[in-house]
Write a protein that binds this ligand. Structure first.
Ligand SMILES: O=C(O)CCC(=O)C(=O)O
Length: 294
């Protein structure tokens, strides 16, 4: 949806300044979005995922495990499509503040793309290298964003999400090394980016991060003694749909979560590099960037 149209919509949760900051910088952090009730429900879902992962010894299509994961010391890196397995995490979007904030930034019609629950375990939770999301899932227009919900307090030591301010208005970089998908911006292109423009989106449990899918973002390893669970919702305006197959299969894919869809899409002109065809399986951004699989 066109930004100027979105800016005319009445706001549900964000302030005018927060909405303008999102469109200007490509990402923001918003404090205290989840009340105690929502936060407790979401945290309970996380505990259930950890509990279920204990009996696994290998990653599968839902649970991505760190190499040293054991029953006694479970080390989850990601749960793919957690909304498919936790009604509370789905309701947080559908009926809760996440859907309201999505409306503030995407317009009244909001489409679900994917969900994922990323962990960074204490003392060693993996970094996420600088990347953009558009090369992973190009859409017909750029009204696509990710909302991340911190489920524990996240300070600089836990590896909070970081963005490069203003990068959403600039180049979308290839995430290939020649013909091989690497899932991040290569060193040569990184040297063209002003990394001093990084904005660290740290926040307490219940606060959220938001970034546009063109915005360069990443996060450092977790060097602290506490875990960093981050619940991520990827959403688009109703009029923006993906060009390529979804890597994280979900029963909710393309569901309209807010508003009424008028069966129209908006297409931005241009050339797009498309990601590999992940129809035969996708692991996680951690596994790809750490070169565990392709
Ligand atoms: O978990 C993080 O810190 C970043 C996640 C991310 O950028 C992604 O999964 O695409």
């Amino acid at each position: 949806m066109l930004t100027k149209k979105i800016l005319n919509n009445p706001l549900k949760i964000l302030t005018k300044n927060q909405r303008e900051e999102y469109f200007e910088e490509g990402g923001i952090k918003v404090d205290e979005v989840l009340n105690r009730n929502w936060l407790n429900k979401a945290k309970l879902s996380v505990e259930e995922f950890i509990e279920k992962s204990k009996v696994l010894s290998n990653s599968d299509t839902v649970y991505d495990l760190q190499k040293d994961h054991t029953f006694q010391n479970p080390k989850l890196r990601r749960v793919s499509s957690p909304c498919d397995y936790s009604n509370d995490l789905w309701k947080l979007l559908l009926d809760g503040p996440i859907g309201d904030i999505a409306e503030d930034l995407l317009g009244s019609c909001v489409r679900f793309y994917q969900s994922k629950l990323n962990f960074k375990n204490p003392k060693g939770g993996t970094e996420v290298k600088w990347h953009q999301d558009k090369p992973y899932f190009p859409h017909t227009n750029d009204s696509v964003l990710t909302i991340g919900v911190y489920l524990e307090d996240c300070d600089e030591l836990q590896g909070p999400l970081e963005i490069i301010s203003g990068s959403h208005k600039k180049e979308v970089f290839s995430h290939y090394d020649e013909s091989k998908w690497i899932g991040n911006i290569n060193d040569n292109d990184l040297s063209k980016i002003d990394l001093s423009k990084n904005k660290i989106l740290k926040g307490n449990a219940g606060s959220i991060t938001i970034h546009n899918y063109r915005t360069i973002h990443g996060s450092k390893p977790n060097n602290s003694k506490t875990s960093r669970p981050l619940m991520l919702y990827v959403l688009s305006s109703g009029d923006s749909v993906p060009f390529t197959p979804q890597p994280l299969k979900s029963k909710y894919e393309q569901e309209i979560v807010r508003g009424i869809y008028n069966n129209k899409i908006h297409c931005d002109a241009g050339d797009y590099q498309v990601p590999p065809n992940w129809n035969n399986g996708y692991s996680s951004i951690f596994a790809i960037q750490q070169k565990e699989s392709s």
